[in-house]
Design a protein around this ligand. Structure first.
Ligand code: UT7
Length: 330
């Protein structure tokens, strides 16, 4: 087995046009702009139209990432889509995306790790590039959670938005400054019920009764997830830094999952990283699950905040429960 390094060649993102504000939500459930802002940091989020499915958002984000990467379409040799709200239960959204992109005969598969999906997918892509089996992998995190939201549950319906973020992960040449330094993914299935879409799978197949009971929508024990989020993102980030003889002071940008501003602030505090070094866009998009991290990075690159050579720490957590981090020089 040959052993190479992988790098992030480029990022891309896409969010649907429709904006749903906190004021809009005030008209749907018993909530207030003040509660949402102070408890989550969210101000508005995007919402897919009736016609838009996950692969449509993924396609636009992928186009942006591929264009920015300068990698030719024919040089892409694998597609991984991280999603829990794909177009269909099957076929995979990645196969639909492969067809839309006009790519033939490249392996394509979906990966389910909730909001940690993009981190998991990058971890997998990193292994394929490192062992020489792939040279350029398209990784997408895409979610349309507004279509599996219970719009009568104020505990969850104010939190989520729709978007896609993509990256092209390529083999790093020996002269490249960019490389994925290290990755770490983790899971604890004993906490699976904290964040779950109960019906629609083989445990509880979709039926008129499950739809009537809203069991095809997501439910979350927010408080329990909150506590484990800070602990788990800190643990994997800390381990990555330690085993690479780095400290948080060496990191130029922390890009955390955007689930709650209070979680982001607590994590930054625990890591002793000033908020000026943390990429935050939760106010604009809410929680877009597996899309938050690549969407935040792509925006920061386009705003020329993140630059080539910067040390990045990506970290996320979500359904599973799952969590993980990536340390990379962009
Ligand atoms: O992406 C990965 C998974 N997701 C997360 O990471 C989310 C993690 N959890 C959270 O971000 C927070 O737990 C929430 C934002 C979901 C909730 O915030 P909280 O501070 O943990 O609130 P809570 O659940 O403890 O609820 C406090 C109160 C409750 O009222 P009572 O029982 O004290 O009278 C809720 O009913 O706030 C109430 N509440 C609301 N009030 C107005 C809950 N949702 C709302 C709402 N508007 N939208």
């Amino acid at each position: 087995m040959e052993n190479y390094f992988a790098k992030f060649s480029a990022f891309g993102s896409f969010a649907p046009a429709k904006i749903l504000t906190n004021q809009d939500l005030e008209k749907i459930v018993d909530t207030t702009d003040e509660w949402i802002r102070t408890r989550t940091g969210m101000v508005e989020r995007r919402m897919a139209s009736k016609e838009e499915a996950a692969s449509d958002l993924a396609y636009q984000a992928a186009l942006n990432a591929i264009e920015a990467s300068k990698v030719k379409y024919k040089e892409i040799d694998m597609i991984i889509v991280a999603t829990i709200s794909g177009d269909h239960a099957f076929p995979s959204t990645s196969c639909i995306l492969q067809h839309k992109l006009g790519l033939k005969n490249v392996p394509a598969f979906d990966l389910s790790a909730g909001c940690t999906g993009f981190i998991y997918a990058c971890d997998v892509a990193n292994q394929y590039v490192r062992n020489g089996q792939a040279r350029n992998i398209l990784v997408v995190g895409v979610e349309i959670l507004t279509k599996i939201t219970n719009w009568t549950d104020r505990n969850t319906c104010v939190l989520f938005g729709d978007a896609a973020g993509a990256a092209v992960i390529s083999r790093a040449e020996p002269t490249d400054i960019s490389k994925i330094i290290d990755t770490k993914i983790d899971a604890d299935g004993s906490m699976g019920d904290y964040l779950i879409q109960m019906a629609g799978g083989s445990r509880l197949p979709a039926s008129a009764e499950t739809v009537e009971a809203n069991q095809h929508t997501l439910t979350m024990e927010g408080n329990r997830v909150f506590k484990s989020a800070i602990k788990s993102m800190y643990a994997s980030s800390d381990e990555l830094l330690k085993r690479n003889n780095l400290s948080s002071a060496d990191v130029d940008w922390v890009i955390p999952h955007q689930a709650n501003l209070r979680i982001i602030e607590a994590l930054a505090d625990k890591m002793k990283v000033p908020l000026s070094k943390v990429i935050i866009n939760i106010q604009k998009y809410g929680n877009t699950s597996s899309a938050t991290v690549p969407l935040a990075i792509d925006e920061a690159i386009r705003k020329k905040k993140i630059r080539r050579g910067d040390i990045l720490l990506l970290t996320s957590f979500g359904a599973g429960l799952t969590w993980g981090s990536i340390l990379a020089r962009y």
